[in-house]
Design a protein around this ligand. Sequence first.
Ligand code: ADP
Ligand code: MG
Length: 569
Amino acid sequence: MKSSTDLRELLERIDRRSYPAYKDTRGAYQFDSYVLSIDHVQGDPFAAASKVSVHIQGSRAKFPKELYDTRQKRVALQDELLRRFHRSVEEFSFRAKGSGKSGLMAVSRPGQEILERSACQMEEADGSIILRMEVGFPANGRTINSRELIKIFFDFLPGCVKKTLFYQSLDKEKLKKVAELAEDQQYIREQLKERGLAAFVANGAYLPRESGVSKRPMKGAVKFLSPKSLEVTMDLPNHGSLAGMGIKKGVTLIVGGGYHGKSTLLKAIELGVYNHIAGDGREYVITDDTAMKIRAEDGRSISGVDISMFINHLPNGKDTVSFSTEDASGSTSQAANVVEGMEAGARVFLIDEDTSATNFMIRDELMQRVVHRESEPITPFVERIRQLYEKFGISTILVAGSSGSYFHEADCILQMENYEPKDITEFAKEEAKKFPPVKEDAPECELPQFLRRPAGIKSKDKRDDRVKIKTTGCDTISLNKDNIDMRYVEQLADTEQMMTLGYLLNYGKNHYFGGKYTLSAVVDKLCEVMEKEGLSKICEGSYLPAGLAMVRKQEIYACINRCRSMQFR
Ligand code: ADP
Ligand code: MG
C-alpha cells in the first residue's frame, strides 16, 4: 500500500496543475494509525465534493467488545462516534480555502433518531471502523491548490480522527451509557411482544418538540404520566424499573379537546419505531416496529390495489379489486394506504383524524339514515376497525376528537387533558350505550390477495446506463428523472433514508422487477441484501456514498407503491 508520504509528494507535484490532475490521488494511503482512502475525486471545484474514507483496524481503535456485541449496541456506538466526528469536523470545514466547494469537510449529521448509516460502520467481528466523508479538493478557479488539501489531510483530518474514533481518547463512561441505553431500548422492544403491547410511553418522557423545524425537546414541556390503570413496569437491564403507559394491542382511541396534546402523543408513538438518543425526551417511547402511520394523501397514484373492503360499486363502474388511479381522492388514497399497510406487514396502524379523510373514517347516524348503504360506495374505517384486529391481528391507535362513533369499537379510550392521558374507557363505554349505533354490521371481508408483481420501471429517461439518484429533503426521490412523492410517508426520519430508497429502487430494477416476484418477495429480497450484506451492496459498483441510512421494510413498500412509472403485472 502507498504511504502518506507518497500522497504528500503526489500532492506537491500536482500543485497549480489543472483540476483533473487530482484524479491521480485515487487510492489508499497508510497513515500512522489509519488508512486514508480517496474513493472518488470530483471533476471540478464546483461539482459534488470528493468521497474519502478513513479505515481503522479494530486492534488500533480498541473499542471493548461489550460496546458493540449486539446489533443495537453496535448501531448506537456507530451513531455516537459519527456524532462526535461530525462535531469535530465541522470546525474545520472551509478552513482550507479556494473556489466553489474547496475546503469543504462534511460528514452525515444524525438527528434525534439512532440509525445505521453508511457514514460510520463498525465491523462486528473485530471492531474495525470505516468512516466515510466528503472533502472539497481545493483549487483557485480550476487550478489545483494542493497546499490547502495537504492541510486537510495532514493536519485537520488526523486531529479529528484521533480525537473521536479511538477508544482511548473518548469518555468511557459516556460510551458505556450509550450501550446501556441501546440495551434497555431493545429490552422494551422485546417486552412489547411478550406482553401483547403495541407501544410503551415511559413516565417522565418529554413528547413535544421545540418547533415545527426543530426536533429537539420543547423546553418546559409537561412530562408524560400514565394513568394508573394502564401503567406497566419495565425492569430495565441497566436502569432499574421504569413505569409507563402500555398501550395494549387492539383498538385504542385517543380523544380530548383541541390543543391538549393528542397529535403530539401520536407523533411520538409514530417515531417510536426508532430508538432515540439520550436527552431526546422520547428515549423510552418504544413502538412495535412494524407500526405504520395511515393518512389521506390526495393526488397520489395507486396501481392495482384491492381497496374493495372499503370502497365498492363506484358509480362509474370502476374496478376496486384492482384499483388504479393517477390522482387519488382523500378516501381512495387512505383506503390504499391501509391495504398497502396490510401488505407491508404492519401490526399497528396509527391514525390522526387531523390528517384523515372524514368520509373514509366514519358515517354518522343521520347520514346513514338518509343515504342508504346501497348508495354509498364507502364502508368506513370505523366499521372495519374491529375486523382488522380480530381477523388480521392489526391494532389501531386512533386520535379522534370530533366523533363519538369510535367509542363502540374501542378497547381502550384515553382522554388527553392538559397533556396528561386519563383512562376514560368505562365512562365512555357507559355513555355510548345510550347511543347505540344504527349501523348494520359491515359485510365480512377477506384478506386481499397480494398478487401484484413489479414488472419494471417505465423510465422517462431512456439512457439506462447511467443512474441518477437525487432527493429533495424528505419530500421527493428522483430516479433518472422519475419523481416519487414521499411527503406524506411520515415515518421517514432522515433524508439519508430517502437516498437509500433511491438506491434500493434502482437495485430492484436491476435484479427483481422482471415480473417474476411478487411485491412482498421483492421487498424481502431487498431487505435481505441491505441487512445481510450491508448498505454498500445496494450501490452496485459505484463507490458507496457517504450518506445512506437504513430504512424499514414498510418504507420500501411505500416508496415502490408511490413510484408512478412502476408497472405491475
Ligand atoms: P391536539 O392534537 O390535541 O390538538 P397537539 O398535540 O397538536 O394537540 O398539541 C398542541 C400544542 O401543545 C402543540 O404546540 C404542542 O407542541 C403542545 N404540547 C403538546 N404536548 C405538550 C406537553 N406535554 N407539554 C407542553 N406542550 C405540549
Ligand atoms: Mg391534533
